[in-house]
Design a protein around this ligand. Sequence first.
Ligand code: AMP
Ligand code: MG
Length: 338
Amino acid sequence: MEYNTVLLTRSEEDVKKAADIIKNGGVVGMPTETVYGLAANALDPKAVEKIFQAKGRPMDNPLIVHIADKADMEKLAEDIPDAAYKLAEKFWPGPLTMVLKKKSIVPDVTSGGLDTVGIRLPVHHTARELISECGVPVAAPSANLSGSPSPTAAEHVMNDMKGRIPAVVDGGMCPVGIESTVVCFEDGAVKILRPGFISGEDFTRAGFQVVYAKGITEELDAGEKPLSPGMKYKHYSPKANVTIVSGTLEQFTAYVKEHNGKNTYSMIFDDDILSFPYRYMTYGNTVQEQARMLFHVLREMDIVGAEQVFVRCPVTVGAGLAVYNRLLRAAAFEVVRL
Ligand code: AMP
Ligand code: MG
């Protein structure tokens, strides 16, 4: 079905319009603090199928279910460990998804056929208003075409989803800019399945034991199944070939000099610009800025027709690990260490 996609504002009236679409089994582009999501009634298999169709997403890749109230966690999940309540107390609302044993009310299509469900309580004001107004939990994967960089502005959603969904709510630029931290629980420890803005260090500081799933910074072996299904897909990629280059600015500059081609761009830090003589886009200095800018800049690379992108390697601790993890996927794990 071809839609005439409308751009809605975050006014109360428009949020109500968006909620009506979702209540009637439709799909809406929704702003959250992480990235824009494609939102539909998580408990309605037909509505959820429309999300997969709009994105072109593989059916075994589960969706995160968004709630507006902590108490709703118990409507969707059972056998919830103590640690999950503690994490919710500390980090919800916010960019944290917890994978828990699902109740039968959650359709298989929502959980990608798994017996678990990823649940998140977002902090973004418009997202929470919209979910509350719907009166149902809302399944919402990132609102990009499958494999493309996640959308961090309504314009990005429009570019990917125009004609494919009835409406997008414009909530401005996403303040975090990368997808949520996904965790599950293992023998009392918090296991990080996908790194995000809330980092392993944050969990440790809050008194939790932390383990990392395989596949976050290293490529999985052929046929190996990640615990977080989305991690097996090539992801977040612009059309260009992306290469991460680790080293000092001097080393990076020398490397680009040697490999500079017709449509080569570099992704550098804001502080680099005074001494970098080649074509570039910047993605901030701090980890916070880099998270917020990352997908925006990767999309800009497509717009200018970049064919090769060299990226200055970010720091890989704290939330930097999440930025590095997304870049590794965009780069298909190609890292040059100088
Ligand atoms: P997206 O919302 O597009 O960022 O995708 C959601 C991602 O969350 C999926 O690709 C999975 O990696 C992860 N996820 C969601 N639900 C589960 C689950 N039940 N078990 C493990 N990982 C999950
Ligand atoms: Mg995604």
